[in-house]
Design a binder for this molecule. Structure first.
Ligand SMILES: NC(=O)c1ccc[n+]([C@@H]2O[C@H](COP(=O)([O-])OP(=O)(O)OC[C@H]3O[C@@H](n4cnc5c(N)ncnc54)[C@H](OP(=O)(O)O)[C@@H]3O)[C@@H](O)[C@H]2O)c1
Length: 149
């Protein structure tokens, strides 16, 4: 028979029963004051790397992925987002440049999926570089780690 104080770890979630006690009576014995059942979600097993996660589109992708229970990392040249919201503390911010492939390798460790939000508008040559070559480099880096883009 299961003890009330025992952690119930079954399937994909854990149920924890928190008990609060305080001394009562002259003999110093304790009594249960309150019990609350809290469902603790399992630790995330999927880690998403967002290329350009500190940009306009990328920051929305990071926030949404966190809300869906993923571990989230971002890589961009400037690193951490300037957005002052609590969810940004839950993102692993990396600095790297898609035109220097060696600077993005470490951020791919432990990652299970990637998405790129790197891009922009400008001259044809600029857009060819940022929308084309930069993202080709992201695809190559992800493929080298065995990931589908
Ligand atoms: N904004 C919109 O409403 C909208 C709507 C539809 C589609 N889009 C498309 O979505 C894409 C992103 O747009 P956005 O508005 O989110 O742009 P953005 O805010 O300028 O974001 C671009 C991201 O790319 C990163 N980046 C740029 N060069 C990089 C490099 N060499 N290496 C690594 N990271 C680099 C930037 O970070 P760092 O500067 O720190 O490197 C930033 O995180 C574009 O293709 C755009 O056309 C945007």
């Amino acid at each position: 028979m299961r003890n009330d104080n025992e952690l119930n770890m079954s399937g994909m979630s854990r149920s924890c029963r928190f008990l609060s006690t305080e001394p009562t009576g002259s003999d110093g014995s304790s009594k249960v004051e309150e019990a609350e059942t809290v469902n603790v979600p399992p630790p995330p097993s999927e880690k998403l790397l967002v290329f350009g996660g500190n940009g306009f589109v990328g920051s929305h992708v990071c926030k949404e992925a966190l809300e869906r229970g993923l571990l989230v990392a971002s890589i961009s040249r400037s690193g951490k987002s300037s957005i002052n919201e609590a969810w940004t503390d839950r993102v692993s911010w990396h600095q790297g440049n898609l035109f220097s492939p060696e600077t993005i390798k470490d951020a791919l460790d432990g990652v299970t999926s990637v998405i790129s939000c790197v891009g922009g508008f400008g001259s044809n040559s600029y857009m060819y570089k940022i929308n084309g070559t930069a993202n080709m480099n992201a695809i190559k880096a992800a493929a080298e780690k065995g990931m589908l883009f």
